[in-house]
Every structure is written in C-alpha cells, then in structure tokens.
Design a protein around this ligand. Sequence first.
Ligand SMILES: *Cc1c(COP(=O)(O)O)cnc(C)c1O
Length: 264
Amino acid sequence: MASRERKAELLESLAEIRSRVASASPATPALLVAVSKYKPASDIQVCLEDGQLDFGENYVQELVEKAKELPLEIRWHFIGALQSNKAKTLAAIPNLYAIQTLTSEKAASALNKALPSDRTTPLNVLIQVNTSGEEAKSGLAPLSEDNPSGELTKLAKFIVNQCPRLRLQGLMTIGALEQSLNSGDDNADFERLKETRNLLHGFLLSEFQDTGKGKWGAETGDGRLLLSMGMSSDFEVAIKAGGDIVRVGTGIFGSRKTKAEMAP
Ligand SMILES: *Cc1c(COP(=O)(O)O)cnc(C)c1O
C-alpha cells in the first residue's frame, strides 16, 4: 500500500494533470493514459481508486505482473517496443485495451491469432508513426500529399482485411524532443501525424467504402481515426493540435529511474 504522503502526492499531481487536459481540450477531454512504467502497483491502485482507468506500460513482463495483481477494470495500453514473439503473452491479458505501437503485419497477425476466443471485444491497435524520422525511434514513415500511400496504408489495409479481432483505432507518435521543447504551440511532428491520419482516413474510405464500417476509429465514433500524441512535456500542445489520447508518466508519478538503473 502507498504511504499517506505518497497517496496525497499522487492525487495532487493526477488532479493537476486532469485539469490541464480538460482546459486544453476543445469539448470532451482527451483520453489521459497514465504511464506507470517502473512505478509500483500501489501507485496505480491510488490512481485507480480516484477513477483513473487507463494505464500505459512499456515492458511486457512488467505489464503481465501488474495486470495479474491489479483489478480487471483497468484498461491497459501497451506503449513499448512490440516484438511479434511477445504477442501471445500480451494477448493473454484479459483487460489489455490497446496496443499503441504496432508497426508490422507480422505482429498484427500474431496478435489477431493469439487473442483468446472468449474475448468479447476487439483489441484496439494504433500504428506507430515515426514523424520525426529519427533513427532511434520506431514507427512507419508518415504520409504526405506527395507520398499518400506506402507501408503505412498497406499495414492499415492488412489490419482491416485480415485481422477481424483487431480494431484500427488510430495512430501514435512520440516526436522529436526538440520539437516539444522549442516549438511552443507549433509542433511539426504533431502536424505530420494529423496529416497522415487525414490521408489514411481518405485511403480507407476509398478502399473499403461501406464494407469497412466499424473496423476503424473509436468504438463509439464516426470512424475518425484517433491520434495518440503528447507526453508530460507537450500534452497540451498535442491536444490543441487535435490529439485524442495523451500519455503522461512523469507528470503524474514523478521522475523515474532510467532503464539502465532498473537493470538488476
Ligand atoms: C514513457 C513514455 C511516455 C510517458 O513519458 P513522460 O515524459 O514520463 O510523460 C509516453 N509515451 C511513451 C511511448 C513512453 O515510452
């Protein structure tokens, strides 16, 4: 259990982030995913008791352990590097809500195949887009007017055509750190993700017409593909640029150790 001090601290930062999300949002607030990597289950429990249902995790094993320990009402979002040989482990988590980091047909088919037959809802997937083109970041190339189709449209078509147990919920990006630090309200990576979404949406509509109904976008939406963009340092800019889902870790849970520091 979290100490009284920790609980108070978490509730205060969660309330602050929520209110900042709400004021940056046009109407319905953007979906806040609390990124809990490296943080104990007791921290998650505090946020959950305060009504926070969406949590993001980067590491398969860590997610598996937390999911076992914590209530089923949590909606888990996997936001880490996805290897297709881990698809089965992820798919077995009953309350896995979304995979935000899909980049290959191989991983998409592995997930589609591995989802247990008693799962009643499709698994949401978002294709990760490398909007900044940095080598260290994963993701498929964005689309542009000059380049309106490519690997990304191919993967989207594959998901809709070949993966009936997945729902293409949208696109996700991280973007360059410099963009979020230096650009004020004008983030080129977020603009690229939005343009990519618009082009992909047009592609899907022309490709599938009415037969594609309900296979992409939010469960309760008009088929608009969602944008997952914005982290602690830039989520307000992302929301103002049209983001639907923000992923906030440090802003809620405080700073965390690096991957190297976490190694046993
Ligand atoms: C860790 C992580 C976040 C959260 O980052 P903060 O800067 O701590 O808010 C968001 N998205 C992804 C993909 C991450 O790996």
